[in-house]
Design a protein around this ligand. Structure first.
Ligand SMILES: [Zn+2]
Ligand SMILES: [Zn+2]
Length: 337
């Protein structure tokens, strides 16, 4: 089958490789569309070490072409949950499959879906309803990670939520916070385009990131600060800012992945404001079923988040776009047809 293979950092090339053979319990999925994200960029440039050769790709939608499992049949359209787990260990038995120490991410720890086909356990594939087309379905995977994070972060109707960083995840956090009944959702970005998008998707207020952002959040929340701040950039100064814009007794959801192992932060403020800090990693199977339901209810829109569509064979060019910091870029979807 046709695949785009990473042979070493920065060395990506189309190739003809063996089509994966589904084992008992697996489905073979013809991938129709895939999404690109920062993780793919980091794998491509070597920042995330992997075993080569590797087929990347973990945001995958397609159609079942062969099934060795009950529950899914040939012709079913599916979204793939790329987080593999063992099902036997302490964490899996506690329902924390996303933290399984034997877990793997499809497209990082084993071959993924920048290819014609992928074989995955049927338990990792979720049938798409007619209302969700494949061309936007890869975004469901991203949305599950936001849903998982918000599940861990209580929000009560009427509370205020500030979202720092309005990339794809930030836009999804805005929508989920609104769907949960937050009365004031504040989006914060440097990009005018992303601020406008957030308002179109439900943000009540948007603020241009920068020196005045904290005081504007205070002004928008009766001088108190936001009940919940969702940090969605992974950039350290934004974490410090999120501490400053949270109210006393508020919560911080650190969603952006921070690669710094240690850093200076306003720790005294964390203590003095008695803030609750939450982290969230990946998602669980339940999040797929629930995000599909939220989409069907119209609570979450994915289509506006797709700003670029390219054929699979232009993967390398698409990867360089992921890191270009463009003001008007959100999701890049690859078309495999
Ligand atoms: Zn991703
Ligand atoms: Zn496990």
């Amino acid at each position: 089958m046709h695949a785009i293979v990473l042979r070493a950092p920065g060395q990506l090339a189309p190739d003809d490789i063996a089509r994966p053979a589904p084992r008992a319990g697996d489905v073979l999925v013809r991938i129709t569309h895939s999404g690109l994200c920062g993780t793919d960029w980091k794998i491509f440039n070597g920042a995330i070490p992997v075993q080569y050769p590797l087929v990347m790709g973990h945001e995958l939608a397609g159609e079942v072409v062969a099934s060795e499992a009950s529950g899914l049949a040939r012709g079913d359209r599916v979204i793939i949950d790329p987080v593999l787990y063992c099902g036997q260990c302490f964490h899996c038995r506690k329902g924390q499959t996303n933290l399984c120490p034997h877990g793997k991410l499809i497209g990082r720890d084993c071959d993924g879906g920048f290819a014609e086909y992928a074989a995955v356990p049927a338990t990792q594939a979720f049938r798409l309803p007619d209302s969700i087309p494949n061309r936007i379905a890869p975004l469901l995977q991203v949305a599950t990670t936001c849903l998982h994070a918000q599940r861990l972060t209580p929000v009560f109707a009427g509370e205020s939520v500030a979202v720092i960083g309005l990339g794809v995840s930030g836009q999804l956090h805005v929508q989920l916070a609104k769907a949960r009944g937050a009365s004031v959702v504040i989006g914060i970005s440097r990009s005018r385009f992303k601020n406008e998008m957030a308002r179109a998707l439900g943000a009540d207020i948007t603020i241009e990131a920068g020196a005045g952002a904290v005081s504007q959040v205070l002004a928008a929340t009766g001088g108190r600060g936001a009940d919940v701040v969702i940090e969605s950039t992974g950039v350290l100064p934004c974490v410090a800012e999120s501490i400053r814009m949270a109210r006393f007794g508020g919560q911080l959801l650190l969603f952006g992945i921070m690669s710094a192992r240690e850093a200076a932060l306003p720790f005294y403020d964390l203590y003095f404001k008695e803030l609750t800090l939450r982290n969230a990693r990946a998602a669980k199977p339940e999040d797929f079923a629930d995000i599909i339901r939220l989409m069907e209810r119209g609570s979450v829109q994915l289509e506006p988040l797709v700003t670029h569509r390219m054929p699979l064979d232009r993967l390398e060019q698409a990867l360089t776009l992921v890191d270009d910091g463009a003001e008007r870029r959100l999701k890049i979807i690859l078309d495999h047809s």
